[in-house]
Design a protein around this ligand. Structure first.
Ligand SMILES: O=C(O)C(=O)C[C@]1(C(=O)O)C=C[C@@H](O)C=C1
Length: 291
């Protein structure tokens, strides 16, 4: 007992000097799996209860980094993340893009009928057709993460969770079956920090938050300089401005660095057409990991 306590405190003392890496917890989420793969098992990983909390922690602790999901190949945009980027524009920067092949299983209680299936909404969406075929009568419930889904499934004998197969061991569940939902299931994540990524000589993107005037053709005009200067857009997400009906702000990603000659020219012209244009920085596009 004493040894375990001692080594435990030694580990935490050692970790105290390491930057904190915030991720969507609890243990066993895909965010947790990716954080361990990217930063190593010994990294100082800190679970957060919601995506918003990851942004808060990074703002409060500028030496820390956050890992946030941005988009899933079938579930689409993770709006909690994009909205937090918009709210924190100028204070939070994107430092890296990563992606994860998401491997899912249905976890539950072997031999029991499944009447409720929990998961993160992204995975319920990805598995919509499969669930309709395999569990047409089960109720579907969206929760904050796939690991919370596993906890919910643990609490009820007729509940199950779409989660990582590894979460079965963490939460004491059985793997009822592996998902055969078919199509590719990839989630793109961003590493965020309180300062921009250092200059790098790699494949890069730049992220922007653009508020445009509420007038005819403003988006069309904003996109013009990028098209004319050959700067490719890789993502554009439109979000309503809270409290201002039918007014939108855009999360935009372009290929290349913001100081590359063509991008810099396009940005200068697009800025003149915007109410505000804030850069979330230039960041490298890093490898695809397997869960
Ligand atoms: O719930 C999890 O396991 C997460 O890490 C979050 C999240 C997401 O928000 O997109 C990440 C990857 C999976 O696609 C499902 C959910």
């Amino acid at each position: 007992m004493q040894t375990r306590h001692l080594s435990g405190s030694l580990i935490s003392r050692k970790k105290r000097g390491m930057p904190e890496i915030y991720y969507l917890g609890p243990e066993g989420t895909f965010s947790h799996i990716l954080a361990r793969k990217r930063f190593g098992r010994r990294a100082n990983l800190v679970a957060c209860p919601a995506i918003e909390a990851i942004y808060d922690r990074v703002r409060e602790n500028p030496s820390g980094l956050g890992l946030v999901p941005v988009e899933n190949s079938s579930g689409g945009t993770v709006y909690d993340s994009v909205d937090a980027m918009i709210r924190n524009a100028g204070k939070i920067f994107l430092r890296e893009e990563l992606s994860l092949d998401v491997r899912i299983a249905l976890l539950g209680h072997a031999g029991q009928e499944v009447t409720t299936i929990y998961s993160h909404f992204i995975q319920l969406k990805h598995h919509a057709e499969w669930l309709k075929q395999r569990y047409p009568k089960a109720r579907q419930r969206a929760v904050a993460s796939t690991a919370i889904a596993a906890q919910k499934a643990k609490a009820s004998p007729h509940a199950a969770a779409l989660a990582s197969p590894g979460a079965a061991e963490v939460y004491g569940l059985d793997v009822l079956e592996k998902s055969h939902a078919g199509s590719v299931n990839v989630t793109h994540f961003a590493i965020i920090g309180a300062s921009p990524a250092p200059e790098i000589d790699e494949v890069r993107k730049t992220a922007l938050i653009a508020a445009l005037p509420n007038s005819c053709g403003s988006l069309h005009q904003f996109l013009g300089p990028f098209a004319r200067l050959g700067v490719s857009l890789t993502r554009i997400v439109s979000r309503p401005v809270p409290g201002k009906p039918q007014t939108y702000v855009f999360f935009v990603e372009i290929e290349g660095g913001e100081h590359d000659p063509a991008a810099a020219k396009a940005l200068a012209r697009a800025r003149k057409l915007s109410e505000s244009l804030v850069s979330l920085g230039t960041f490298p596009v890093r490898g695809r990991f397997k869960s």
